[in-house]
Design a protein around this ligand. Structure first.
Ligand code: 5GP
Ligand code: MG
Length: 202
């Protein structure tokens, strides 16, 4: 999709696609895969009561699409964590932003996140929920999984796409708060990441 065309050539701000090096996964690729994962989840949890725990903010868009394709009675909770603090490398520390945890005692829980990178975030979330909330079962679903050696051996039961170890944005994933609204998953130009030379305005 050409954002510039949609904004019109006289738009005051240059479009986000000016900051993009390449599109890794098109909107169509993503939607087809989300459909497949939803079908598998629906099959696996048939007859069970499922609670989806979305990891904000990155998993917001993926969760919204996934949830609407699972034809089962599903509950939704969210947790909010930060581990990157605006950069492109994990700080190695996971901070929980909310005071109360979801009420998931005795429930089958599917934790949904945008991407599995070092594994620290999902490992910390799973450990905390299992320890403090006593769910009946926990599984992990991620849109993307980076092919790399993880710092924590976290296993995702449902994976949208395996990708190379590079920093990506779009479809919920941000760089300094931007690009979450891109319909595809893309790699940014080096200039943008190294020097913060955003072509698109703030
Ligand atoms: P981990 O703890 O597995 O290293 O990282 C998990 C979190 O870091 C993800 O939920 C995501 O918010 C962020 N992250 C990891 N890799 C990327 C990436 O390539 N792009 C973006 N935008 N965020 C990432
Ligand atoms: Mg995240």
């Amino acid at each position: 999709m050409d954002f510039k065309a949609r904004l019109g050539k006289d738009a005051a701000l240059p479009a986000m696609d000016e900051d993009i090096e390449k599109i890794l996964l098109s909107a169509g690729d993503i939607q087809r895969r989300v459909e497949e994962i939803a079908a598998r989840i629906a099959e696996d949890y048939l007859g069970k009561e499922l609670t989806i725990v979305a990891v904000l903010d990155g998993a917001l868009i993926f969760t919204a699409d996934l949830l609407r394709r699972i034809p089962l009675p599903v509950k939704l909770d969210c947790v909010s964590v930060a581990s990157y603090y605006g950069g492109t490398e994990s700080s190695g520390e996971v901070r929980f932003d909310q005071l109360s945890l979801p009420d998931i005692a005795g429930r089958h829980v599917l934790i949904v996140d945008d991407i599995l990178d070092s594994g620290l975030t999902l490992d910390a979330i799973t450990a905390k929920l299992e320890r403090e909330c006593r769910p009946l079962s926990t599984r992990i679903c991620v849109l993307l999984s980076k092919q790399k050696t993880r710092r924590k051996e976290t296993v995702a039961h449902y994976v949208g796409f395996e990708i190379a170890d590079e920093f990506v944005v779009g479809y919920g994933l941000d760089y300094q708060g931007r690009y979450r609204n891109l319909p595809h998953v893309a790699v940014l130009k080096e200039d943008v990441v190294r020097f913060g030379n955003f072509v698109s305005g703030s």
